[in-house]
Design a protein around this ligand. Sequence first.
Ligand code: THG
Length: 367
Amino acid sequence: MALISPSRRVRRTMFSDGVEAAGVKAYTVYNHMLLPTVFESVQDDYHHLKEAVQVWDVACERQVELRGPDAARLMQMLTPRDLRGMLPGRCFYVPIVDETGGMLNDPVAVKLAEDRWWISIADSDLMLWVKGIANGYRLDVLIDEPDVSPLAIQGPKADDLMARVFGDAVRDIRFFRFGMFDFQGRSLAVARSGYSKQGGFEIYVDGADIGMPLWNALFEAGRDLDVRAGCPNLIERVEGGLLSYGNDMTDDNTPHECGLGRFCDTQTAIGCIGRDALLRVAKEGPTKQVRALELHGGPVPPCERVWDIEANGKRVGQVTSAAYSPDFKTNVAIGMVRMTHWDSGTEVQVRTTDGMRDAVVREDFWL
Ligand code: THG
């Protein structure tokens, strides 16, 4: 593939100098910002992620900050997940829906205080929707994108690395919670979360001036842990069933179609803008849903556009992410499958870029 031309619209991050010194080989663009996708190779990065510890520049997971007396009310307007029981110090994975119940984003909501929230967004311009709602409803809330960049520490040795830089107390952070930890005199939110199933943390780095100092401190502290620069890994995230907004779902899909029904409390999420629409469709239930699939044969090419799923020559769904898994010695995939064919064990065919492949719908993802 050709290169990405640098420009002001394609934003660098506070860690980009470190990423480049570490030998990044490919980028994608996410929220108009650089996101590394390959260091050694997708397969080498995958094995290393599962064995050691990596530092990820995920600054492109931008924060939409809500601040003011109506912040909590606005947050609940955005999502069908009931936020009433959510205390400060908690992170929630939240579907964000429009007035039709269509998915606009699938961020992590971070509750800093009753009147201060970060929405750690996936790849869509969510702030435009949020500002439109706040203005239309004349809410008393300030909305902006602060200079806060997540740095993820992922892999089985993440606890050991983080303890060396932030102290042993980071080991006590529970899943999807955060605490405030000191680095060079600055207090940073450190959460146990991240876009992998290998475990780890996300540091919300507040202020570009400490970005590279923190990056460098992590690499120095982790030399004997074989710490490397890494990035969200396609193979690992498809194995784990982590969805990618814009790939595996769009605003055409409801949370239920995305398998995110477990993050919805549509009955009690009073105020959610898509609530009526979701209550209407929830009565019937979805007629298609995200599924794990196995594609037989050798490694598949990259899934750059949807691949039709067919049965008896009829289209019954689409594959949107796929990769060869060295650990499972087969191609793992994520797709959207019609109700008639979504049961585990159903045999289908997938029209890949390279031609037809026999495939089977799986009960569950691989982890
Ligand atoms: N961390 C932060 N921001 C993010 C992401 C992240 N923004 C963009 C993108 N990732 C948002 N999408 C996801 C998708 C999955 C998860 C988090 C964000 C995730 N899911 C777990 C799972 O499905 O197993 C756990 C969810 C739960 O049980 O609450 O972690 O990664 N800051």
